[in-house]
Design a protein around this ligand. Structure first.
Ligand code: KIV
Ligand code: ZN
Length: 511
């Protein structure tokens, strides 16, 4: 069995998804889950791109114990120096230097000759090696590049001290045969390739990212670059959960293995979805809500008789336990704590108490509380970040013909209550406008998705939204049995996030 290195880029390439802006504290939380899952390398960000990215990379660098932490840098001195500074204190630091190798990138983006790109790359890798022992080198758009240039570039990077060479299919253009052939060609021709690890980085523009990654691994690549829920530029990156479960399920046939604890996949997927405001499509492989559902009578009958008739993986192997009825109105603190532990959540006393209060509130509104309800409650309060605004109460009335009015009361730290009202085109619009007035932050709702956490018309509604505030897009998430309250919570969560970004920008400017 060949052990594959899993390199997760959720926090860097994943964060380049349209509308995704994670705060350093949120990135740190995701990184902790990734390390718990056994991810080998966490690409934490691009430190020279913003003060927030620098801070996030640094927090993660000093916080991880087993995982390597990678920071991205162009072949520019500034980028490399900044990446090295952000990685200071990391137990296993890696600088990831990238350039481009396709003719179209060289001509229109870099405006450099092949020789210039090679010279710059050599200098950049050498500089990075002065700071860290582990340097990854990537030439973007390798799939559409002249293989002769890819070969020269990788040889130059290896001679300059790169320890990993990455082969990106930046625009998701490859087919599995072609991509496998490219990796085989690189393995067979690049001088010094046996001294380094070969990595693959595939995008999903044609829906082939996982197939191409697998073809690359089977052709001799050692490292797979992936992102949770497949998020990333445009159609995204190769999904971590897909590569993990292909190898976990078919590893014997493929001769491949990873060091991942796959049961952490479900919790990480939900965390990323919640913090990015990007819901997972229901039929998404492994982590979609329907991935382990059996609808037709024949399938249900088969699974009841013998699970393996229609299931190739067990839901519990990916951290998706069956949604059972667990608690009710009379359940106490102890029962809730036991269930939380069984679901894999360990909360401190204060968080536990807060969750119990919200749980009791839920049992007043909903007769039967399921695992999914408990999960939604637990994950909603997971980060424990002090928000600037909290929803105290709201009232909405729909007048018909689309017109609605909303009155909201929010608590602004430290304890001041503010009440505002607005008329809107429907209840959600009215709520958003009233909340914007109360917080003093105006936003444009770009995306809004509502789905039910469990079955029944009394189920909790879960709202994910993306809101533009100034030139930044922030995500929000809210859960309640009242879908309008969930909408208000979700929009307010986005405004809280925007407020934190603004506060951070002020601190950076002052400092
Ligand atoms: O897609 C790509 O080429 C990248 C590189 C920075 C590796 O993300
Ligand atoms: Zn990429």
């Amino acid at each position: 069995m060949r052990r594959i290195t899993v390199f997760d880029t959720t926090l860097r390439d994943g964060e380049q998804s349209p509308g995704v802006n994670l705060l350093p504290v949120e990135k740190r939380e995701i990184a902790a889950h990734l390390e718990e899952m056994g991810v080998d390398v966490i690409e934490a960000g691009f430190p020279n791109s913003s003060a927030g990215d620098f801070e996030a990379v640094h927090r993660i660098a000093v916080g991880m114990t087993t995982a390597t932490v990678a920071a991205l840098a162009r072949t520019k001195d500034d980028d490399i120096v900044r990446a090295a500074a952000a990685l200071e204190g990391a137990r296993h630091p890696r600088i990831h230097v990238f350039t481009s190798s396709s003719a179209v990138h060289l001509q229109y983006m870099l405006r450099k000759s092949e020789d210039e790109v090679i010279e710059q790359s050599i200098a950049a890798v050498r500089l990075a090696r002065r700071y860290v022992d582990d340097v990854e080198f990537s030439g973007q758009d390798a799939m559409r590049s002249d293989p002769a240039l890819v070969q020269r570039l990788l040889e130059a990077a290896i001679d300059a001290g790169a320890t990993v060479v990455n082969v990106p299919d930046t625009v998701g253009y490859a087919t599995p045969d072609e991509f496998g052939a490219l990796i085989r060609h690189i393995r067979g021709t690049v001088r010094g390739i046996e001294k380094v690890r070969v990595s693959v980085h595939c995008h999903n523009d044609l829906g082939l990212a996982t197939a191409n990654t697998l073809a690359g691994l089977l052709a001799g690549a050692d490292q797979a670059e992936v992102a949770v829920n497949g998020i990333g530029e445009r159609a995204g990156n190769t999904a971590l959960e897909e590569v993990a479960m292909v190898i976990a399920t078919r590893g014997a046939a493929l001769g491949l293995e990873t060091g991942l604890r796959t049961e952490v996949i479900g919790p990480v997927s939900r965390l990323v979805s919640r913090l990015t405001g990007m819901p997972v499509q229901p039929n998404k492989a492994i982590v979609g809500r329907n991935a382990f559902e059996h609808e037709s009578g024949i399938h249900q009958d088969g699974v009841l008789k013998e699970r393996t008739t229609y299931e190739i993986m067990r839901p519990e192997d990916v951290g998706v336990s069956p949604n059972t009825l667990v608690l009710g109105k009379h359940s106490g603190r102890h029962a809730l704590r036991v269930h939380l532990q069984a679901l894999g959540y360990t909360l401190d006393e204060a968080a536990q108490e807060d969750l119990f209060r919200r749980f009791k509130d839920l049992t007043d509104r909903k007769k039967e509380v399921t695992d999914d309800d408990v999960r939604a409650l637990a994950e909603d309060g997971l980060l424990g970040v002090d928000d600037a605004f909290a929803l105290e109460s709201f009232h909405v009335s729909s007048i018909g013909g689309g017109l609605a009015t909303a009155m909201v009361t929010i608590r602004r730290a430290p304890g001041e209550s503010v009440r505002e009202a607005a008329v809107g085109d429907g209840p959600v619009d009215a709520i958003c406008q009233a909340l914007s007035r109360a917080t003093g932050i105006s936003g444009t709702l770009l995306q809004y998705a509502l789905h039910s956490v469990s079955e029944g018309s009394d189920a909790q509604g879960e709202v994910s939204c993306q809101v533009r505030v100034g030139d930044r897009v922030v995500g929000g998430h809210g859960v309640s049995t009242d879908v309008l309250e969930a909408s208000a919570l979700s929009y307010l969560a986005a405004l809280n996030r925007a407020q934190r970004w603004m506060a951070q920008a002020t601190i950076t400017e002052v400092g």
